[in-house]
Design a protein around this ligand. Structure first.
Ligand SMILES: Cc1cc2nc3c(=O)[nH]c(=O)nc-3n(C[C@H](O)[C@H](O)[C@H](O)COP(=O)(O)OP(=O)(O)OC[C@H]3O[C@@H](n4cnc5c(N)ncnc54)[C@H](O)[C@@H]3O)c2cc1C
Length: 422
């Protein structure tokens, strides 16, 4: 069994296949180099919800529960620009739930925020990964599939899984009708290591103690804030300022930057100075106070990152339209989405578990279309929902008012249905 891409979905698939059938030989081919202590990048954070938690807990990965429990956040709160709550999903963990892991993971609303690099490291444990293997193409035959790599080497497998992310080469060959591109919104992401004491933030601090918080300005910007704890116990504050592309300075746009801004200190300094001024105009003063802590080395995307989404999935299940038997896709390779629903990693993990169950079955050839139908339906639903959120959260002026009004109404319904508590 070959998997192209050693990201979250590819590694999860390898773990779940090993559990489903320990006799299977599974190799993950990853284009990047093997991680080392020196190369460990500063990771961003992922919100893992019930879908991802359930997937991760189908296999016994050492320390996974510790990582999920290290999470500070158990809720998601949407506020207006002045930090007044519009909508909350979940709430502070009750004391008895905090002490009881099963209750923590199976409660009505379960959500964790984890360090991406920690999650990646735990998922890599025990997996056979061949690094520096950049996949270029495959050739499918009746009884096997052949993979080719940029270094001129090749490999053979009974089945090939494409888990090579949003710009998947596998998708380019199997389903070229699915494309991936910008949606007109850009993000400035930061991981702040010198987290301010929550007592210094009387409005935001009590919320950040248990929840990720997204603030929506009147003008089209949004700000995501979330406290996280790494497996080493280090606190970090995730900060992402997002808005319509035309509301960020033209010369700082990703397509305008000739060198990566992270290597260009004047560019990163200009971006930070612009953010300090902009945030103080559009958000509560406590958000401005946090922005004043941002340093060049804390920027996680090297500058501005465009939000991107898949196109072509709206025309129905594309897997039904192409002849294939020994190859398929999972996660972002099949259905990459914007981050504004926090579901990309969650769906990728769920795909990986479903696919491993299909491939471990003696009737895998009959099971494959069923996996693809479930994966497509879940993926397309979340691609669409994520894009709707991206557009709704970054509406300007009068439209932003009506969008916040509908969120407040949804917040009341959530509370009445017991999905929100304080
Ligand atoms: C800033 C940000 C925040 C996010 N927050 C959340 C969140 O809160 N919740 C959530 O659920 N999701 C979130 N996501 C989305 C999430 O990161 C992705 O959906 C998820 O990583 C997809 O997993 P994957 O395994 O499908 O792809 P990836 O994690 O992208 O892995 C693909 C792997 O394939 C490798 N690869 C690519 N091409 C080749 C090749 N040709 N040959 C060999 N290897 C190759 C890559 O190096 C990589 O290791 C966020 C994304 C971003 C950018």
């Amino acid at each position: 069994m070959a998997i192209v891409g050693g990201g979250l979905g590819g590694l999860m698939c390898a773990q779940a296949l090993a559990k489903a059938n320990p006799q299977l030989k599974v190799i993950v081919y990853e284009r990047s180099s093997a991680p080392s202590a020196e190369s460990r990048p500063q990771g961003w954070h992922l919100g893992i919800q019930s879908m991802g938690i359930n997937a991760l807990r189908t296999v016994d990965i050492p320390r996974m529960d510790d990582l999920l429990c290290a999470s500070v956040s158990s809720a998601f709160t949407i506020c207006d620009h002045d930090a007044n709550v519009l909508l909350r999903i979940g709430g502070p963990l009750k004391a008895e739930v905090r002490e009881d892991r099963e209750a923590r993971f199976t409660g009505k609303m379960s959500a964790c925020i984890v360090n991406r690099q920690d999650l990646h490291e735990l998922l890599s444990q025990g997996v056979h990964i061949e690094y520096e293997k950049r996949f270029t193409k495959y050739e499918e035959e009746d009884d096997k599939v052949k993979l080719f790599f940029e270094d001129g080497s090749s490999a053979e497998a009974d089945f090939l899984v494409g888990a090579d992310g949003a710009r998947s080469r596998m998708r380019g060959q199997l389903l070229p009708q699915i494309t991936y591109g910008p949606v007109g919104v850009v993000n400035m992401g930061v991981v702040i290591e010198n987290v301010p004491p929550l007592d210094d933030l009387p409005m935001l601090g009590p919320m950040l103690a248990y929840s990720m918080v997204r603030l929506l300005s009147n003008s089209g910007y949004s700000m995501l804030l979330g406290l996280a704890k790494t497996l080493e116990g280090k606190h970090q504050l995730l900060y992402v300022l997002t808005g319509p592309k035309d509301m960020f300075p033209d010369e700082l746009q990703p397509d305008k930057a000739t060198t990566a801004p992270v290597n260009d200190s004047s560019m990163t300094e200009r971006l930070i100075a612009w953010a300090i001024e902009t945030v103080s105009k559009h958000f509560h003063p406590e958000v401005a106070k946090i922005t004043a802590l941002v340093k060049s080395e804390n920027l996680i995307f090297g500058g501005l990152l465009p939000s991107q989404s898949s196109s072509g999935l709206e025309k129905g299940n594309p897997f039904m339209q192409v002849k294939h038997k020994r190859v398929t896709l999972l996660g972002d390779a099949a259905h990459a989405m914007t981050t504004h629903r926090g579901m990309g990693a969650n769906t990728s993990l769920a795909d990986a578990v479903d696919l491993s169950q299909c491939l471990a079955s003696p009737n895998w050839a009959q099971e494959l279309p069923k996996y693809e139908a479930i994966m497509y339906k879940r993926g397309w639903k979340n691609v669409k929902g994520s894009l709707d959120n991206t557009l709704r959260m970054h509406k300007k002026n009068a439209e932003s008012f009506s969008s916040r009004l509908s969120m407040r109404a949804a917040g009341v319904i959530m509370t009445l249905l017991g999905y929100s508590w304080s």
